[in-house]
Design a binder for this molecule. Sequence first.
Ligand code: FES
Length: 167
Amino acid sequence: MEKLNGAALKQIDEIVAAHAHEPGPVIVMLHEVQDQLGYIPFEAIEKIAAGTGTSAAEVFGVVNFYAQFTTEPKGKHVINVCLGTACYVKGAQALIDAVSEKIGAEVNHTSEDGIFSLDATRCLGACGLAPVCVIDGRVVGSATPDKIRKEIDALIAQEKAEAEMRA
Ligand code: FES
């Protein structure tokens, strides 16, 4: 497992210290850690357990219970596919399958190279554009598997170009 950097550990310490004496602190702390770091690293689970006098197992239980928490770092590019009713009816599952196959990661997971994450989301409030994906915060409406594959190809090309510039 990769080690967290000092800045992230400090952020976690500050979050734990800020909420240690509030009622129901575990959820509040988990929310803040996820907001700031994008996921819940193991170190945060240990620190939250220590700071609230519970066990790491109990904090893990909370993390696992709520679907919005993830213990996996997000990829550099995040692809959200709406699984709300309107999008589902218009073929969102085919989008999920296409993205999953393309990036080599299951839904709510990240590709092994850490470049792409695939997340399923609830209704994004853009049902008129169904099915809807959000790629790095940009809404792609009337999405088809082909359209999304092309979007991902463009990101892969961009990653390659950046890697060549660094080389
Ligand atoms: S169901 Fe997908 S945007 Fe509403």
